[in-house]
Design a binder for this molecule. Structure first.
Ligand SMILES: [Zn+2]
Length: 75
């Protein structure tokens, strides 16, 4: 979906025209968002994903300990 061209400024100071929600700065290759609030939303999403991964890893560790390590230790 194309957006109306809008001038955005990257954190490095490079100013260019953005036509998508997420654009890449040509100078430092960082993501520059069309809407400033999108940056925070993406950050929250990343934290959420990391949280889910941590929960899954913790759960798998627990299952491993219960099913595999416990019988070995008690044998
Ligand atoms: Zn930049």
């Amino acid at each position: 979906m194309a957006l109306a061209p809008k001038t955005v400024t990257c954190r490095c100071g490079h100013t260019f025209t953005a036509t998508r929600h997420r654009n890449w700065c040509e100078k430092c290759c960082e993501a520059v968002y069309y809407h400033e609030k999108d940056r925070n939303r993406h950050r929250v999403n990343s934290i959420y994903v990391v949280g889910i991964i941590l929960a899954v890893v913790t759960f798998l560790t627990y299952v491993f300990m219960e099913l595999i390590a416990s019988p070995l230790l008690s044998a």
